[in-house]
Design a protein around this ligand. Structure first.
Ligand SMILES: Nc1ncnc2c1ncn2[C@@H]1O[C@H](COP(=O)(O)OP(=O)(O)OP(=O)(O)O)[C@@H](O)[C@H]1O
Ligand SMILES: O=c1[nH]c(=O)c2[nH+]cn([C@@H]3O[C@H](COP(=O)(O)O)[C@@H](O)[C@H]3O)c2[nH]1
Ligand SMILES: NC(=O)CC[C@H](N)C(=O)O
Ligand SMILES: [Mg+2]
Length: 536
């Protein structure tokens, strides 16, 4: 089996990044809440443990603590920020509330040679001190180190900014190596997992495929599996992986609700059925969805109807497959982490629906082979499985599809207009090269090739209002299309993309000339928040 790193999460905003960095170093890692049991820690089989940061303060009475087993497991431990502070508090040191809080850039002086920082620095001062450029975000600090620790780094306002007990292999950093602003962060995490924990770089996609295939086979045996295929990244990669494992025991159900993008149905069918030999049932449910959506204007009501009809279609199809015992889903790791935090969230902004909320009467067991992977790992897996680059690097597409991109009542006529306009927009984004702004130190080799790659999500929105225009000396009175293009890492916040004017001009011209029924194009310049990415 792989060596693995256990990350205990105390609630920092950037815990996921720790897992990303460890995996980037080729080592498998998982995030668990800090309050797992001692027994869990003892049995997990970690080669090393990392304690995350937190909004809490160890000085507060009921603040969280790491399970004591963390310090008794005999494996290396790395405490980051709060993780350092709780390590100090739990091992007999002292934490105090600093007078000055430190947010952002800082320079840390490496104090003594340790296995963690050996050979790592950003620059060396005239006096010969190795210095690190780091990112800090804390108010508390360690005042006294526990017995056995030595000073590993300091800043002017934080004399104990890093400490280590090399005999027990406990290391702690007040700064955050997991964020890219800490320029040596990747190297530091690399040293921790390789040199200190002794992990090999054995987390890579080709090996992963072999293991995942074996696991799926062992899990499902001779049973049949069904999977909702959307043509999106996650369900497509899940389908390709499961098909590699069990071939014809997999049946995919692709629901065409009439709210798909142009040629999407054809593309999905030819890709999966013809090229990959995957069994796909295409359900033409356009009339069913359109029928139920007729006369409905409210966004939430539309979303609920689409979700409900998905379940309806799926249930009927599942009922026809007598041997199916498993329902496969393209759940990925961020979904798992996010749903663990569900219930704590506030207001519902939008009800997200795909084939969500399948009833228990379906009686199917869940198969989720991508549960451990981040999106970019899913993409690498897709490429390794032979899916085309364009499919694997597509923008995400919401389950309710064009249903939430046609404002108000959904009509087939509107969907048809929107499909054409959207296809022109996407085509031009793909055809327009992205001119790389020259930023010193940024490797242009990784820069996006075109504006489709340079945006995270882009699409057209149909506005059911008419405006007056003039075309060929005649008066027109037709509909409006809005273009939306955003850049974001996590889709929780987003900025509107500053597309080149020439590109916008070309798209506008083409849409107005080629799509009969549209005589005006506008560009959406709202960020999220306060707007959202989709219009409904
Ligand atoms: N038209 C559809 N037919 C069948 N299943 C669907 C359809 N639309 C969505 N789903 C199901 O809902 C799930 C979640 O949709 P979601 O959009 O989050 O993921 P995705 O489409 O696989 O990937 P992406 O994030 O790239 O869009 C899909 O994995 C798929 O199983
Ligand atoms: O699978 C999905 N089912 C849905 O019901 C749904 N609604 C929004 N989205 C996608 O989520 C991201 C954030 O969108 P919003 O800013 O509009 O909330 C964007 O990527 C949206 O496309 C959905 N995806
Ligand atoms: N980012 C952190 O982990 C901060 C820890 C603690 N809340 C502090 O302010 O010092
Ligand atoms: Mg999708």
């Amino acid at each position: 089996m792989h060596s693995k790193i256990l990350i205990l999460d105390f609630g920092s905003q950037v815990t996921q990044l720790i897992a990303r960095r460890v995996r980037d170093a080729g080592v498998f890692s998982e995030v668990f809440p800090y309050d797992v049991s001692d027994e869990f820690v003892r049995n997990y089989g970690a080669s090393g443990i990392i304690l995350s940061g937190s909004h809490n303060s160890t000085l507060e009475g009921d603040s969280p603590r790491a399970p004591q087993a963390v310090f008794e497991a005999g494996v290396p431990v790395l405490g980051i920020c709060y993780g350092m502070q709780t390590m100090a508090a739990q091992l007999g040191g002292k934490v105090e509330n600093g007078l000055k809080r430190e947010f952002g850039y800082a320079e840390v002086r490496a104090r003594s040679h340790t296995a963690l920082l050996n050979g790592i620095n950003d620059f060396v001062t005239d006096e010969g001190h190795g210095m690190l450029k780091v990112w800090m975000s804390h108010g508390d600090k360690v005042l006294e180190m526990p017995d056995g620790f030595k000073l590993m780094g300091s800043t002017d306002s934080c004399p104990i900014a890093a400490m280590a007990d090399e005999e027990r292999r406990f290391y702690a950093l007040q700064f955050h190596p997991e964020v890219t602003h800490t320029t040596q962060g990747e190297a530091i995490i690399g040293r921790f997992v390789h040199e200190i924990c002794g992990c090999k770089s054995d987390w890579n996609m080709p090996d992963y495929i072999g293991e995942a295939v074996e696991k799926i086979r062992a899990q499902v045996g001779t049973d049949d599996v069904i999977l909702g295929l959307s043509g999106g990244v996650d369900s497509s990669v899940a389908a390709a992986l499961i098909h590699r494992a069990i071939g014809d025991q997999l049946t995919c159900v692709f629901v065409d609700h009439g709210l798909l993008r142009k040629d999407e149905g054809k593309m999905v069918m030819s890709m999966f059925e013809k090229n990959l030999g995957v069994k796909v049932i295409r359900i033409d449910a356009e009339d069913q969805f359109m029928g139920h959506l007729a006369g409905v204007n409210d966004p939430e009501q539309k979303r609920k109807i689409i979700g409900r009809e998905f379940v309806e279609v799926f249930q009927v199809e599942a009922g026809k497959l007598t041997n199916a015992k498993w329902l496969a889903q393209g759940t990925i790791y961020p979904d798992v982490i996010e749903s663990a935090g569900k219930g704590k969230k506030g207001q519902t902004i939008k009800s997200h629906h795909n084939v969500g909320g399948l009833p228990e009467t379906l009686n199917l067991k869940l198969l989720e082979p991508l549960r451990e992977l981040f999106k970019d790992e899913v993409r690498k897996l897709g490429v390794a499985l032979g899916l085309p680059h364009d499919m694997v690097y597509r923008h995400p597409f919401p389950g309710p599809g064009l249903g939430v991109r046609i404002l108000g009542e959904v009509k087939k006529e509107f969907a048809d207009l929107l499909r054409e306009a959207d296809a022109i927009f996407i085509e031009e984004l793909r055809n327009t090269p992205f001119e790389v702004p020259h930023v010193p130190g940024i490797d242009a080799g990784k820069a996006p090739l075109n504006w489709y790659e340079a945006t995270s999500q882009a699409f057209a929105v149909f506005l059911p209002v008419k405006s007056v225009g003039v075309m060929g000396d005649g008066r027109t009175y037709e509909y409006v299309v809005a273009l939306r293009a955003v850049q974001t890492l996590d889709f929780m916040t987003a900025q509107w993309a500053h597309l080149p004017h020439a590109l916008m001009g070309k798209v506008s011209n083409r849409i107005i000339n080629e799509v009969r029924g549209i005589n005006r194009v506008v560009y959406d310049i709202s960020g999220k928040p306060p707007a959202t990415i989709e219009w409904e």
